[in-house]
Write a protein that binds this ligand. Sequence first.
Ligand code: NAI
Ligand code: MG
Length: 475
Amino acid sequence: MFEYAPAPESRDIVDIRPSYGLFINGEWVDPLGEGRDKTVNPASEEVLAEVAVAGEADVDRAVQAARKAFAVWSAMPGSERAKYIFRIARIIQERARELAVLESLDNGKPIRESRDVDLPLVAAHFFYYAGWADKLSYAGFGPSPQPLGVAGQVIPWNFPLLMLAWKIAPALACGNTVVLKPAETTPLTALAFAEICRQADLPPGVVNIVTGAGETGAALVAHPDVDKVAFTGSTEVGRLIARSVAGSRKKLTLELGGKAANIVFEDAALDQAVEGIVNGIFFNQGHVCCAGSRLLVQESVAEELLDALKRRLSTLRLGDPLDKNTDIGAINSAAQLAKIRELSEAGEAEGAERWSPACPIPDKGFWFPPTIFTGVAQSHRIAREEIFGPVLSVLTFRTPAEAVEKANNTPYGLSAGVWTEKGSLMLWMASRLRAGVVWSNTFNKFDPTSPFGGYKESGYGREGGRHGLEAYLAV
Ligand code: NAI
Ligand code: MG
C-alpha cells in the first residue's frame, strides 16, 4: 500500500460563530425559551458552536413570518422568483469551498465528497428549480397551478445542505414559503444558508430556519397554519408525522429509509461492479437512505467478486474528513455509532461471518471500519433492518427470478442496482424490482432532473425533476 502525505483542506475559510440564534423573518433572533444545544465535529468531538433550540412559540413566530411572506412571494411573477433562486444558486457556487468545509466539519463526511458531490448537487438543484419558476403552466399540472402556502420541512443529518436544497428549491420555485428544521447534529450549513438568503436579498420570511431536535420538528409539523409537510428521516419518525397530519388539510411527502439490493450477475464487468458496490455502501459512511446495503451476487461469481471486493476495501483510507485523500470519514454521532455496533453484533450472533480490512481507528471521534458480512440469511436482522453505516450484507442467488424475489423481500423500496452486460436482463429486472430508483451498471447517481422517492415503508411522494413540483402545487 502507498503511503500518503497528509493533504488537509484548510478550515480557515469557514467562520463559525460561537453561538447561533433562529433565522426568522430575515433576522437572527434569540429563542424565547432557555433552550440551547451544541453541535460537535464527530471526527474530533470538539464543540463547533452553540445552537438555539426553538420551542413551540418560536416555531409559531417562524410560521407567522412565512405566512406573511407568502402573500408577497406567491404574488410575484415566476420570472421574478426565478431571479432570486438563480442568485442563491450562484452564491452557493461562489461559496462552495467554504460550505464544503463546513459540511465536513459538522457532519464528518470526507471533503472529497462534500466538495465533489454534495455542493455541486446543491447548486444544481437551485439552478434546476429556478428554471421551472416561470414555466409552471407547462409542467403538466394544469394551466395555472397554485402554490400551497407555508411548507414545514424537517431534514436529516446525512446530507444536510443537499436535503435542504431538495426541500427548499422546489418549494420556492412554486411560490411557497418555508420553515425548515435541520437535524440537531448538523445545523451549521442550514444556518450558513440563512446568511445566503440575506445575501441574495430574498424577501424576509420566505425562508425561515429553526433549529432544535425532535420536539421542534414535531411542533413544526403539528402547527395548524402549515399547509405542506416534507420530511426525510427514519421510518419511525415518518410514521409519527403521518399520524400527526392525518385528517388535516396538510399535504405530506415522506422520504424514509431503505435496504437496497445491489444485484451482480455473472456476466457483469466485475471490476466495475466492485467500484459500484464500494460507492453503493461506503459512500458517506453508508449514511445513505438509498445505500446498496444488500449485495446480491450470482453464485457462480460470488467468490471471485468477494476476493476483488476485499482487495479493494483494503485500499480505502479512513480518517480525517478534511484530508483530501480520505475515503471514509467519521460516523455522524455517538448514537448512530451505537446503532451500527449493535446491528453488527447481532449479525455475528445470528451466524453471519464478519470481515473488515486492517484499518487503524483514530483515538477521538466516532468511527466504524468498512465491514462485510457473508453467509447472511434473509431472516437475519442485518439483511432486514437499515444499518445506516459502512456495513454490507452479502447474499447469493442462482437465477434472475430468485434475485428479484430476494431483492423485493424487504419492507423498504427506495432503490436498487443491477449489474449485467445484457440490456434485456436489465430491463426485465427493472420492471420487477419494487424500488423508486433502479440504477444499472452504476449506483448512487443523482441528478436534479430525475425524480427520487420510495415504495412501501420507504415513504411516498417524489423529489427532484418535474415530478418534484407536484408536492408543492395545489394540483
Ligand atoms: P430521525 O428520523 O429521528 O431524524 C430526522 C429528523 O427528524 C431530524 O431533523 C430530527 O430532529 C427530526 N425529528 C425527530 N423526531 C421528530 C418528530 N417526532 N417529529 C418531527 N421531527 C422529528 O432519525 P435519526 O434518529 O437521526 O436516525 C435514526 C435512523 O433513521 C438512522 O439510523 C437511519 O436508519 C434512519 N435515517 C434515515 C434517513 C434517510 O435519509 N432516509 C436519514 C436519517 C436517518
Ligand atoms: Mg455536528
